[in-house]
Design a protein around this ligand. Structure first.
Ligand code: FES
Ligand code: FES
Length: 950
């Protein structure tokens, strides 16, 4: 962007450029100066991802006009490493090395901002306290880590860069090169194999790449929840607007204008046709010359809207006479899932104790720090799309169908992905980019604004749940009855999955006797509800676990002991009739016992201390989870290819997208030990749909288990092929030295790899294996084997409630999770801490309201000050099916947090918060309601009811 000359210092070097003085510094750095290490998550001063140093002080570059840096010094993440340059041989700074050592960067999109804010602190405080770090980093949001490892990393940065690769016994982790001994990868706290680009600013996210002559794609979106529309004179507007190269509407789509993650339910158009069903739905695309994009004003785009009655909330959608969101779906009913066994009426009639209640939750936004972004170009007759994603093969298939192309004419290259948590499973901008590039033949680029991202992408399903439970005189749960309505929004997305997964999990990890559980997906004019860490199970667990506390109270039992009494053990049958093996829930609950007794005693002492007055009350809460890993009763395969080339390069084709959860590292660790070569020997090839076999989508906690199992099988198959060739027994030790593969068994054989004939892929030894979990369909009563492997967990929350204000301060969380086998304990802890942070948001602050909270200052997510210290306890109860006994973890970790918080609030004050999030006014109202009930006389201790709150 031309303008007056601007001179300043960037990372110690003089820069002279020409730009408009009012332009954002972040834009200048990224677009003109190529410093894409500085990230943009909001362009509004809310997320801190763009933090840079201006004369040594941390500032949000998106809020600094470029003209203000004239004559001053700007530092970005690219300047942190000694040598001032990402991608060269610069040595990482002590701070960057510490981030790697502590696994403080998961997806990495917030990491440059975190590093720069921390760098400013460390210059004045080389050994800061945790409190000082919290204050210094308060303006930078992270959605992945839960912040605790970031705090540890900054506090530990003084150790310097020499520990980058980790020395045994010095620092908490080993690096990828510190484990040269074969067979020691599993269980090691290895640094991420892809960690360095996350801390040196060289990771290429969707918004970081572009080619020359690129068209920028801008979407025109519905401002209404429901509206019919017509376009005016598009050609005239195009001709009258400088820089507009083309306009596209649904009429330009050459294929099937419909996509969806579950093909039988696919219903969402890439561009709406005549009717927009939710606010934020795209109806047209404007392709703009890059240099003109800042001058484009879409307010004048020729579209006429006729607003319709909007259905917001399930109650409106189910009301008599409600309009239909989709003509073919009567009653706005999408689908339902059911699990039932036994005679619940007889069981409730026989019960010694019963409880019932209602719970209501709202839309939850994923709020990854990276808004959707990507670019596209033609490579011959192949359309190439590079974008953030959790599911490259699903993106390819949907995009090809929409554009009327054969699948092999679309290539998806996953960009580094700055968080997903389920929402980046559905296609977003891929077909839109594809349409522009296919129609114009030119490269295109699309970067969602924060409001684009929040308005148009999927959300966690709002839930309205009613449930009742019964127990016998000994406190054993003998019956449950559960019904949940889930607001699936305007399109199906993952609604069928939620409707089916919830009933299977509704019991929690407990023996339940007779039960009936129904999950219904209902259409509204809300944003499409999709996948979000847990697929509805977190909402169900809130109902089940809060009622469990009341049932324990009714039975006169300690709440933790009550759970242990009812917890599943090996050999138990679930409500679907499946026999369980490798069950670790009791171990998790028992691991909390000491903490529970200590915390309960401390809370009692605090509350009894008369000197403190009655304004503050402390409470302790506990809740559990279980979660089936992978698709529900559906095929779910992953394929891994691993091979050795003639020059000795060991290549792992690992198609499981790593969105920060660590799949690249964990799957490498599994494959390394199965093969018998060190992790450091592997070269990774990611989920490029033209290069790498399908490892399925990154969702449902399936990658460590399913793709990990495929990696185990592939590693073992490659090893077997090598040993066969060498005619050496199975205990042989392998080592690679350039083009020589040594096989040391009873004798030693050195294989000259160059002497072997390579296959078409260049491999002289190669193996490819597929694993598909053994599941079985559910019958009409929900009986069957929906998942091959389950994971388990339990969490305990200590908190303090300010009674007059209704505010809640978290003190500590202890989390015990059965991971089967901790492939990488450090990464597992990171998953736990990050999941807990999202659970805190669900419980205490997050509620997306279409049209009102489409930014990160009205939609609040936990900051570094909102996540208390977390103690993780890893339980290893091996699963007979999982790779080396491993189970999934990613979804599980969020599930118990919210109910444990609600149980702790009730423990402290008696308040039953049944409408989430537990905002201060709701907590306050619940406290008043509890007092009123107490004043009105004792509740029947054997039968209690909790009502949903407004
Ligand atoms: S991009 Fe600048 S604060 Fe979010
Ligand atoms: S690592 Fe912080 S947002 Fe992903």
């Amino acid at each position: 962007m031309s303008g007056p000359a601007l001179a300043f210092h960037l990372n110690g070097k003089p820069v002279v450029t020409a730009t408009v003085p009012t332009r954002r510094l972040s834009d200048l750095l990224r677009e003109d100066l190529g410093q894409t290490g500085t990230k943009v998550g909001c362009d509004a001063g809310d997320c801190g991802a763009c933090t840079v140093l201006l004369d040594g002080a941390a500032v949000c570059a998106c809020m600094v006009p470029a003209g203000q840096v004239s004559g001053r010094h700007v530092e970005t993440v690219e300047g942190l490493a000694n040598g001032n340059g990402a991608g060269d041989d610069a040595e990482l700074s002590g701070l960057q090395a510490s981030f790697l050592r502590h696994d403080a960067a998961q997806c990495g999109i917030c990491t440059p901002g975190m590093l720069m804010a921390a760098a400013a602190l460390l210059r004045s405080k080389p050994k800061p306290t945790a409190e000082e770090v919290e204050q210094a980093l308060a303006g930078v949001l992270c959605r992945c880590t839960g912040y605790r490892k970031i705090i540890d990393a900054v506090c530990d940065a003084w150790r310097g860069p020499e520990n980058t690769n980790g020395q045994p016994g010095d620092g908490p982790v080993g690096g990828p090169t510190s484990g040269p001994v074969s067979g020691t990868a599993i269980g090691a706290r290895l640094q991420r194999v892809d960690g360095v680009p996350k801390v040196d600013g060289s990771s290429r996210f969707g918004a970081d790449s572009r080619s020359g002559d690129t068209l920028v794609v801008l979407p025109v979106r519905s401002p209404h929840h429901s509206a019919d529309f017509d376009f005016g004179d598009l050609e005239a507007w195009k001709d009258a607007t400088d820089g507009v190269a083309a306009i596209f509407t649904a009429a330009d789509i050459p294929g099937r204008n419909c996509f969806g993650v579950i093909p039988p339910f696919a219903d969402q158009p890439a561009l709406a046709v005549g009717r927009a069903r939710f606010r934020g739905e795209a109806v047209a695309l404007v392709a703009v010359e890059a240099e003109c994009v800042h001058a484009i004003d879409l307010a004048g785009f020729p579209v006429v809207w006729r607003e319709n009655q909007a259905l917001l909330g399930v109650a409106a959608a189910k009301a008599d006479g409600a309009p239909l969101v989709h003509e073919a779906r009567a009653g706005n009913f999408l689908t339902e899932g059911l699990v039932r066994q036994g005679d619940i009426d007889a069981a409730f009639a026989d019960a010694a104790f019963t409880v019932s209640g209602r719970v209501q939750t709202g839309f939850i936004e994923h709020a990854y720090i990276e808004p959707e972004a990507g670019d596209a170009w033609m490579d011959g007759d192949v359309l190439v799309i590079r974008a953030c994603t959790q599911a490259p093969v699903m993106d390819r298939d949907d995009t090809a169908a929409i554009l009327g192309l054969a699948q092999d004419k679309v290539r998806i290259i996953p960009a580094a992905t700055g968080g997903g948590f389920g929402s980046k499973l559905d296609v977003s901008l891929q077909p839109l980019l594809g349409l522009v590039t296919l129609r114009t033949g030119r490269p295109s680029r699309m970067v969602y604004t924060r409001s684009d991202s929040m308005a148009s992408t999927t959300k966690r399903h709002p839930a309205s749940i009613e449930a009742r439970f019964a127990a016998d005189a000994e406190g054993r749960v003998i019956a449950m009855d559960f019904a949940g309505d889930f607001d699936t929004g305007a399109y199906a997305s993952w609604g069928p999955t939620v409707a089916n997964r919830v009933p299977v999990h509704a019991t929690g990890p407990y023996r339940t006797g007779a039960m009936r559980a129904v999950g219904r997906a209902i259409h509204t004019n809300g944003p499409p509800s999709g996948a979000f860490r847990g697929f509805g199970v977190p909402q169900a667990a809130i109902a089940q676990e809060t009622l469990y506390d009341k049932l324990a109270d009714a039975a006169g039992l300690d709440r933790l002991a009550f759970r242990i009494r009812n917890a599943y053990v090996d050999g138990d049958r679930t409500a679907t009739g499946q026999v369980l093996h490798g069950v670790g829930i009791r171990d998790c609950l028992e691991a909390l016992e000491g903490h529970w007794q200590r915390a309960r005693a401390e809370a009692r002492a605090f509350n009894a201390d008369k000197k403190r007055g009655i304004d503050k009350k402390r409470g302790v809460g506990v809740a559990s989870c279980w979660y089936g890993c992978g698709n529900t009763s559906l095929p779910n395969p992953s394929t891994i290819r691993v091979g050795i080339k003639a020059d000795g390069t060991l290549v792992l084709h690992q198609g499981a997208t790593d969105i920060g959860q660590g799949a690249n590292t964990v799957i490498s660790q599994i494959c390394a030990d199965a093969l018998g070569l060190p992790v450091a020997a592997f070269t990774l090839v990611g989920g490029d749909t033209h290069l790498t076999p399908d490892a399925g989508k990154t969702s449902a906690s399936r990658q460590t288990y399913v793709t990990g199992k495929a990696a185990e099988l592939a590693g073992k198959a490659l090893r077997a092929a090598i040993l066969r060739h060498a005619n050496v027994d199975g205990e042989a030790v392998l080592s690679l030295e350039g083009g020589t593969l040594n096989v040391n068994g009873e004798g030693t054989r050195s294989i000259d790899l160059k002497s072997l004939a390579p296959d078409a892929g260049g491999f002289v030894f190669v193996a490819e294996e597929t694993y598909d979990p053994p599941t079985a369909p559910l019958d009409e009563n929900g009986q069957g084997k929906p998942y091959a492997v389950y994971g388990y967990g339990a969490q305990m929350v200590e908190l303090e409630v300010d009674v007059p204000l209704g505010t809640v301060r978290l003190i500590r969380i202890v989390a015990a999770h059965d991971v089967g086998r901790a492939i990488n304990p450090m990464l597992a802890e990171g998953q736990i801490e990050g999941g807990i942070a999202q659970g805190i948001g669900l419980a205490m602050m997050e509620e997306f309201e279409p049209g009102r909270t489409e930014n990160l200052h009205d939609y609040l997510i936990p900051t570094i000050g909102d996540v208390p210290p977390v103690e993780s306890i890893l339980i290893e109860k091996p699963d007979p099916e999982g790779p080396y006994g491993a189970k999934g973890l990613g979804e599980h970790v969020l599930i118990p947090t919210a109910p444990a918080i609600l149980n702790a609030i009730r423990d402290a004050t008696g308040a039953e918060v049944t409408r989430l999030p537990a905002l201060p006014h709701r907590v306050r109202a619940a406290i008043e309601a509890a007092r009123a009930l107490a004043d009105a006389g004792a509740l029947d201790p054997k039968s209690q009811t909790q009502e949903a709150q407004p």
